[in-house]
Ligand binder design. Structure first.
Ligand code: LRH
Ligand code: MN
Ligand code: MN
Length: 424
């Protein structure tokens, strides 16, 4: 593990530069009537959940190229999540995936406590067949034509809830790959009815204080049609199921150029926005690191979220969902958590009174300039100060590399084979 003294030694080297940069930004923001310490407080209060599956090297259907010290078990994954949180102080929870992360709940809780972590939404998996299951998901799961296959998929989701209850999770995210590869392969209406009816059975088993997230995705693995392909279908589902059902927006699950920030605004209006899977993409569900392709879009999403933050009942689950194919996953996840936090703080800098004035006057030029002014502000010193005040590293990547953590775990974990393609 990374000892606090490693962080302190690292911070001692960078503290003076940070003070200078922080004082400079504080003065600049003061001229804009903004108190920098309020922004530091906001940054310190920020947290995003790490997907357990993101800690291992991802892959494509072509190949997977594992690195050294790949986590072999969920406990290893939690150790890696502990490192991410320790250095960034902005990733206090983990989102588990069943059955990949099945383990004794007592061990999960003990490990989480050791790293000051908690468990965010559970994720079910009915897009793969497991060795011991009776019915195949080749032609669908919750929407399958066969009632016994649907029942098996429902049962699996109920088991995820049961496991989640033992570890303090409060939500279940359902993403299904069900769909069709050919026009005519399925009756789209009847298939959706079957999906809804299965989701109702899952909803019926949801504890009082839990929420059910439906996650839409435009395509893949089904390439002609997908049952929950867009936010419209997701919203229909959430509205039909009831109060505890919400929509989850995975940024990569849309066609290129779709206006995701507008989807966010509409779902807020419907009181049905439940959470996010953050990532970035250029072409489709690329699962690239947050903020690496289109940081302005990430900012625009956060602009809607900050604008809506006082909406009664709005309680969002923020999670990362990425596949790290060519980087050290711990490094990618740390940078991603910081990029998501950066967009949040930049969006917090938008002068909303001025913006509303420009919008009312139809001053398009000044309205858009107001957004870009916030986006272009370098909030790095705020993020670094937040980490320093919370006991994290001023520069997490440098501290991580200096710690030698990867080499240390590579010596104790079994070497991972690169055979077979990764799936997500
Ligand atoms: C597939 C996917 C989806 C889910 C995850 C478990 O696209 O990445 O986003 O959230 O698998
Ligand atoms: Mn996702
Ligand atoms: Mn995805």
């Amino acid at each position: 593990m990374i000892h606090q003294t490693v962080i302190e030694a690292h911070n001692a080297k960078h503290a003076k530069d940070l003070e200078t940069d922080f004082a400079c930004l504080a003065e600049k923001l003061d001229r804009r009537g903004v108190d920098i310490n309020e922004l530091v407080n906001r940054a310190q209060g920020f947290g995003v959940a790490i997907p357990s599956w993101g800690t291992g090297t991802g892959g494509t259907r072509f190949a997977r190229f594992p690195g050294d010290g790949e986590p072999a078990t969920i406990l290893d994954k939690l150790d890696d999540c502990g490192v991410i949180h320790k250095l960034t102080r902005s990733a206090p929870s983990v989102s588990l995936h069943i059955p990949w992360d099945k383990a004794d709940p007592t061990d999960l809780l003990a490990k989480a406590e050791q790293h000051e972590l908690s468990f965010d939404a559970m994720n079910s998996n009915t897009f793969q067949d497991q060795p011991d299951q009776a019915f195949s998901y080749k032609f669908g799961s919750l929407s399958h034509t066969d009632a016994a296959t649907r029942a098996q998929a429902v049962e699996h989701n109920l088991e995820c809830i049961e496991i989640g209850q033992k570890i303090g999770s409060k939500a279940l995210t359902v993403w299904v790959g069900d769909g069709a590869n050919f026009p005519g392969q399925t009756h789209m209406g009847r298939q959706f009815e079957r999906y809804l009816s299965s989701m109702k059975s899952i909803y019926a088993g949801l504890p009082e204080d839990w929420r059910l997230f439906s996650e839409h995705k435009i395509y893949e693995p089904a390439f002609y049609s997908t049952v929950v392909q867009d936010w419209g279908t997701s919203l229909l589902t959430a509205q039909e199921l009831g109060e505890k059902a919400m929509c989850l927006v995975d940024l990569g699950h849309h066609a290129p150029n779709v206006n995701i920030e507008m989807i966010v605004s509409r779902l807020v209006r419907a009181n049905k926005l439940g959470g996010f899977h953050f990532n970035d993409s250029k072409y489709g569900d690329d699962d690239l690191d947050s903020g690496t392709i289109d940081p302005y879009r990430l900012f625009l999403v956060w602009n809607e979220l900050v604008d809506a933050e006082d909406t009664p009942g709005l309680d969002l689950a923020h999670m990362i969902d990425q596949s790290h194919n060519v980087t050290d996953p711990i490094e990618s996840l740390m940078v991603s958590a910081i990029e998501i936090q950066r967009a949040y703080i930049q969006a917090s800098l938008v002068d909303r009174i001025a913006l509303a004035g420009y919008q009312d006057e139809n001053d398009a030029l000044m309205a858009s300039a107001t957004l870009r002014h916030a986006f272009r502000t370098d909030v790095d010193p705020i993020l670094a100060k937040a980490r320093q005040r919370s006991g994290g590293a001023i520069s997490p990547i440098a501290a991580y590399r200096a710690s030698g953590y990867r080499a240390q775990i590579a010596a104790s974990r079994p070497k991972s084979s690169g055979s077979g393609g990764g799936i997500i």
